[in-house]
Design a protein. Structure first.
Length: 133
């Protein structure tokens, strides 16, 4: 039998939805940034505040971020995992909605963290005496 005319029966390969789609990359990117800030930047700011403020209380939101940084890191780690799990097991529309929601949450976490870390520094700068030019 000629190999050109011989046709084998092929079984269809079931397709799986991809674990990561284009929009999911934003969740991953902002989550990685939040993890980096939580692991390296927040402890440095905590040390700066201890040295510069000498026992003065920090704003409530700044204290919250410093004391709960591990929970914020856990949230940043969980977000991409949740998106990937939803891509695998949930309907596409639900996964896309969750991906967008988690991307917005990761962006808000980043913006709020940066804002509350700089809040005490702006207060210190405003209370510094003005130098004559």
């Amino acid at each position: 039998m000629n190999s050109d005319t011989h046709m084998e029966a092929t079984l269809p390969i079931p397709s799986r939805p991809p674990l990561i789609k284009g929009g999911d990359a934003w969740v991953i990117i902002f989550s990685c940034i939040n993890i980096f800030i939580g692991m390296s930047i927040v402890p440095k700011f905590e040390q700066i505040f201890k040295e510069m403020l000498a026992g003065q209380p920090l704003p409530m939101l700044t204290s919250f971020v410093i004391w709960n940084r591990m929970a914020l890191i856990a949230l940043a780690v969980a977000s991409p995992l949740i998106v990937m799990a939803l891509r695998r097991f949930a309907p596409a529309r639900s996964a896309a909605t969750a991906s967008g929601t988690l991307a917005v949450a990761a962006i808000l976490q980043l913006v709020i963290t940066i804002y509350v870390l700089f809040m005490p520094l702006t207060g210190i700068i405003q209370t510094m005496p003005q130098q004559a030019h």
